[in-house]
Design a protein around this ligand. Structure first.
Ligand code: FEO
Length: 392
């Protein structure tokens, strides 16, 4: 337990080994942490719990630091099992603890645990006094679950933001000023790109709403990764920027290939971009971690995707990637498609059509070519790159 403000403590667990999250959907190369917090005011208040595999370790920490029988209330900012997973075990030890959460939170907890606990429903602006401090609740519906909320500690100028502003990042320190800034921002933007992109419009609106409340904020304490105490509003400013058609004015070229013909074309297109002084990166979708690819696409202004044709379709890594871009509601990118083929040659047109379904602006016609590209055909790739650059 580490004190982060008068009477307020971090009581979390660092998971240095974690490499996959949400089942196997999201990669977590730098581990993660489950941050819970304890306020020892006139009332003992626990903010969130940890993922259920750690319930025994967590319960022991609570016993050592406060005693589960002495907890006066539990705030559940979010019911997803990485935060509420240990609630069942804690409540089995002391079933009378009042739980404060949103209405949607109570509905979800009932469906996860099949228990009727002492739920106290809170809404935006509701305030409870716990002694020297007041807790003020702010609903964050669909950022990123229907139940999500934040808890602001009036008097401590601290906000428990849960998933928002978090990172899947285990590090030796507790605070942003103790972490490696490059790693921290890489994990923060990866978290945003892979989890929060569909909610961009809601996030911008919510930040506007919270800023209008004019609450003093000294610390933003998320439920994953480091706590923002050095210029905490920097991450709010970043979220605001990321929520509004963010890009770093570069291009990603992503391909999958069977006999390197499509790979050669990817490189030729890169050559065309380079001639036009456009920064680019090239990735093979089949061998690159998909969560990292999504992050790279999030940062790019342009996306150029290629696949050879197989069974009148595209290779499976490309198909899966394009489906995910659609599901994540990626918008405001310029795009182009390419691919080799043997006889039927549908791949580039399929990618092009998928771009249109996603809502990307296709700025050059799809380029397809048979079998291995000649120097003349590769020149068409260079020209595609140059032509694409004109839309950057
Ligand atoms: Fe939405 Fe960290 O769980």
């Amino acid at each position: 337990m580490i004190q982060i403000k008068d009477k307020i403590y971090w009581l979390g667990l660092k998971d240095w080994e974690l490499r996959k999250f949400h089942g196997h959907e999201l990669s977590t190369h730098r581990g993660s942490s489950y941050n819970t917090y304890l306020i020892k005011d006139k009332k003992n208040v626990l903010i969130d719990t940890v993922w259920s595999p750690y319930k025994l370790e967590f319960a022991q920490m609570l016993e050592d630091e406060v005693g589960i029988q002495n907890i006066d209330m539990i705030i559940i900012n979010h019911s997803e099992p990485d935060h509420a997973g240990s609630l069942g075990y804690i409540m089995s030890i002391n079933p009378n603890i009042p739980i404060y959460c949103t209405k949607n939170g109570a509905d979800i907890l009932r469906k996860f645990f099949h228990k009727e606990w002492n739920f106290n429903i809170v809404k935006t602006g509701d305030t409870i006094n716990i002694g020297d401090y007041d807790l003020v609740f702010v609903e964050m519906q669909m950022i990123h679950w229907p139940d999500s909320m934040m808890t602001y500690v009036k008097g401590a100028n601290l906000v428990f933001s849960n998933d928002a502003f978090g990172q899947h990042y285990a590090s030796s320190g507790l605070y942003n000023d103790e972490a490696n800034t490059c790693e921290l921002y890489q994990e923060a933007i990866k978290y945003y790109a892979n989890i929060l992109t569909p909610m961009c419009p809601l996030i911008k609106k919510k930040i506007d709403e919270v800023i209008a409340l004019n609450l003093p904020i000294d610390i933003i304490a998320p439920s994953h990764g480091v706590i923002w105490r050095d210029n905490p509003m920097q991450i709010v400013d970043k979220y605001y920027e990321w929520a509004q058609s963010y890009n770093e004015n570069n291009v990603v070229i992503i391909y999958d290939t069977m006999y390197d013909a499509t790979k050669k074309m990817a490189e030729a297109i890169g050559e065309g971009l380079e001639k036009s002084n456009i920064k680019y990166k090239i990735f093979n979708a089949a061998t690159t971690d998909r969560s990292d690819l999504i992050t790279e696409i999030f940062k790019a202004k342009g996306i150029i995707v290629g696949s050879c044709t197989v069974n009148n379709h595209v290779l499976s890594s490309i198909s899966a990637l394009l489906d995910e871009l659609k599901a994540l509601k990626f918008k405001n990118k310029i795009a182009a498609a390419f691919g080799s083929y043997g006889w039927s040659g549908e791949s580039a047109a399929i990618i092009n059509k998928k771009f249109e379904d996603i809502g990307f602006n296709v700025v050059v016609p799809p380029l397809k070519f048979q079998y291995q590209p000649t120097a003349e055909v590769l020149k068409m790739g260079i020209e595609l790159g140059e032509s694409f650059s004109k839309s950057m």
